[in-house]
Design a binder for this molecule. Sequence first.
Ligand SMILES: [Zn+2]
Length: 400
Amino acid sequence: MRRSRLDALICAQEGMTSLSRAEIEAMQLRRLNALLVKAPDRQGFYRDLPASLRSLNDLKALPFTTPEELAAHGGRMLLLSQSAVERVVTERTSGTTGNAKRLFYTAGDLERTVQFFAAGLGELIFPGSVTMICFPFTGPNGLGELISEAVERLGARPLRVGVGKSYAALSEILKRERPDTYVGMPVPLLSLLRVCGRGSLRRALVSGDACPDSVLRCIEELLGSRLFPHYGSREMALGGAITCQAHAGMHLRENHVIAEIIAPDGTPLPEGERGELVITTIGMEAQPLIRYRTGDQARFLPGVCPCGSALRRLDTVSRLDAAAFLDLENAMFSLPWVADYRAVQTADGLQLEVLTCGEPTALPEIGAAWSLRPVRPEDRALIYGKRGVIHAVHSQWHVD
Ligand SMILES: [Zn+2]
């Protein structure tokens, strides 16, 4: 089996020839100390941290950075002057504080993200293949644009599909352009395959939203191949962890991110246990974060990957509060006639608006009012962004 392409990329970026666990951790400590030594000079948010650590283990003694602190003080976390910043992304958080998170990237940060995307996509995209990119295209250095650039570097052709196209338009693209690869969120891919048929699509990299394993298995059955899940967030310049040929978890971009898993009280958890993912973004030039609490839940898969890489692997990642929502997604999409659905909370309770693509069978008991109608060619995905956040389905909804 071919080793994860991320190994070769990290060796090239760091000038290394091999990546044992000890070599990876020595490189991480070197990078961490290189950014800590700059912090006092900047007199920014991290000015009181020690200027160097003796071991990676000492990182565990440093304070966490919370999303609220990032929203309130993001500008003070800049390690470079504003003039070195190539792109700023403003992300309104779901909280009510009114502060928006601002993330800053240099041209170098964005270039390394493209290189990382190319390593991940290189596992499933071949020269001459055609990839439909179903992420937003928002302008220079947007997510869709960066993926498109990575696809081109692999000698493949990107189709800039974006989000919000009708099923009729997607069917037309499948028929006319015959893409073999899909890059986008998982649930819209399931809907696409159920409504438009398998078409020419053979492989997919999914990212951007958590979904239950059952949804991934449904997609794999329709595609006839294993999926390549990816995990990333804006705090890590969009690229974080990618799947290799072993399909045994997602390899972390460990030269740019030190990851920890912690219990709710903040204590580090041993390898294999699920908890909150905390990241220290040692590879970000503009705005490296120290021990940032992502609010995502994950675990490390123990040991060396079957592909031979010693880079740490994350199991599936979801939001910490997503259990009830994932149960609902599982219950809904296990019905093969559900093309898409939307859960709306009203004064009368939970309403499920469902687009069907086949004869409905018995409805599961989930204490909700249902409205069903057959999907029409002019319909579009009911939800464009992260489904869990938009659904806002809380724990009072119980799925039997
Ligand atoms: Zn691997």
